[in-house]
Design a protein around this ligand. Structure first.
Ligand code: SAH
Length: 223
């Protein structure tokens, strides 16, 4: 799978993409990430990527030309690239979307800055994604979250594929509570059932707890 990240701050991605799981996935050749600096596609002397809003108002708006040119550059290489525009009002990213994304061959993610994009940039996008109903100062952190959640679903990326099966949101449930040593910590004991060695009972207990957590946090029960 291949990601193209369009941003005017590509350096922000260095540490996140060059550590642990995302780093290893790239080393194994399972994912390729190309950081595309939108500024490189500005044509004027000062390589401007933003301008004042028509009609007035606070802040600056990202100009359409450099972003269109950057996407043209990607489409020359990957005509079928799936283009995602990040915006606070988009489809709220979830595990279902991460899975869908992990099956794509190439995805371009456009990170906004300032007051957001000239409206015509939206015509470039196959979809608009938000990571929640709050406003970030730029799309970079949202892109990192999307890439992280997607990459770990690509077959071969995680050492232990089993861990994906029991994870939160599989079967519509939040994951059951986990414990490790010590058996009693500051007066809080590990539930007896987990020490019983009775796998049937452990499975039942985990299912029950996962349902309880899900009802508490999501207000939904597994259908
Ligand atoms: N003025 C805009 C917000 C712009 S924030 C508005 O009111 O809608 C600047 C950029 O950060 C956005 O263009 C988007 O790319 C990114 N961004 C901000 N919040 C986001 C969120 N919750 N999810 C995804 N991207 C977000």
């Amino acid at each position: 799978m291949e990601f193209f990240i369009l941003s005017i701050f590509p350096n922000m991605f260095e540490s996140v993409f060059n550590e642990t799981i995302i780093k290893r996935a790239q080393e194994k050749g399972l994912v390729k990430i190309e950081l595309v600096n939108i500024r490189d596609f500005a044509t004027d002397k000062h390589r401007t990527t933003d301008d004042y809003p028509y009609g007035g108002g606070a802040g600056m708006v990202m100009k359409p030309e450099p972003i269109y040119r950057a996407v043209d550059y990607i489409k020359e290489k990957r005509p079928d690239v799936h283009v995602v525009l990040l915006s606070p009002g988009g489809y709220i990213f979830d595990q279902k979307k991460a899975k869908e994304m992990s099956k794509r061959a190439s995805v371009a993610i456009i990170c906004g800055r300032y007051e957001g994009f000239d409206e015509r940039v939206r015509y470039l996008a196959d979809e608009e994604i938000s990571i929640g109903r709050f406003v970030l100062s730029g799309g970079e952190i949202a892109a990192m979250a999307i890439v992280d959640a997607t990459v770990r679903l690509i077959p071969g990326v995680l050492g232990n594929e089993e861990s994906l099966k029991e994870e939160s949101f599989e079967n519509g449930l939040i994951e059951y509570p986990q414990y490790t040593r010590p058996r009693v910590f500051r007066g809080m004991a590990v539930p007896d059932v987990l020490l019983s060695g009775n796998h049937k009972k452990i499975k039942e207990w985990r299912e029950k707890k996962a349902k309880e957590k899900t009802i508490k946090w999501m207000g939904v029960e597994d259908g």
